[in-house]
Design a protein around this ligand. Sequence first.
Ligand code: NAD
Ligand code: AKB
Length: 317
Amino acid sequence: MSTLGKILIVGAGGQIGIELAEALSKIYTSGNVIVSDLKPIPALPNNPFEKLDILDKNALFDIIKKHDIKQVYLLAALLSATGEQNPAFAWKLNMEGLFHVLDLAKEKHIDKVYWPSSIAVFGPTTPRINTPQQTVMEPSTVYGISKQAGEGWCNWYFNKHGVDVRSIRYPGLIGWKSAPGGGTTDYAVHIFYEALKHQKYECFLSENTALPMMHMEDAIRATLELMHAPSENIRIRTAYNLSGLSFTPAQIAAEIKKHITQFEITYKPDFRQNIANSWPASIDDAAARADWGWKEHYNLPLLVENMLKNLTHLVHR
Ligand code: NAD
Ligand code: AKB
């Protein structure tokens, strides 16, 4: 597929960025997908790399001009668990990075922006089951507050300045190609490594904590579908609810046990339990389905089978 200008991924070395860069490179040819991060990204040898701190707006501008960048996928952020450990910096990184990109779009240096939101925009007063697209949002984490504010700013830049910015409220993402970076849903990735290496896992959430989750392949496909949808189809410029599956630690452990019969899970909830308690258990994503045709592929058995199949050779190498 040809693009008018190139794509820049900011924070490309993280859990989503590694997989997004690979997927975008298959569509646009790798020379057109520039990856950037604070640190080099050894897993992406075919993509031009630029070292970038998103807090440095001049450096971002220079890279955009140097490569004739027209679309930015902004992934650099502190997530829910690390955000609570460093609230002031989480607010700074999550908000200033977004302003830098939105301002360059407002000034017409770039045409299109992708910026992910999260189920963390919801809070303890939100309806927990089938959480609607529009509902009470009183997030209890700095991360959630920054995502809610970010959604509002995306909507404002669209309405006030015509910035084509698109967003999804991702649930917890589970993939085998990259490691998670400090979230509350990370247990659902760690559990596979520990099951394969040690046949046991101590979970930092309690056994019946249901959370919305999604296979990374589905999340990447959703992202590309949203970004490629005609602008007039995108009715929501805050961020779209997106549902994949919902499960508890006990349910994923039971599914893993079908493949690794000796596997045992124990529970030792820590500060992340309070964060999880404040989030939805399941999500209503009717708007994403209606507006740009979203449909998930993975259910829990498929996800577990896929993760174990792909991680077995990595873990036992
Ligand atoms: P991650 O922590 O794995 O990756 C973030 C990347 O950003 C890292 O490679 C890091 O080095 C880089 N980075 C940090 N500070 C930077 C800076 N100042 N300048 C440039 N790069 C910097 O995060 P992720 O899981 O890939 O998440 C990406 C985005 O998706 C975030 O906005 C996150 O809130 C959102 N999200 C993720 C999930 C999930 O389950 N992974 C769910 C909901 C939303
Ligand atoms: C986290 O747990 O912080 C992320 C998210 C759901 O935003 N995975």
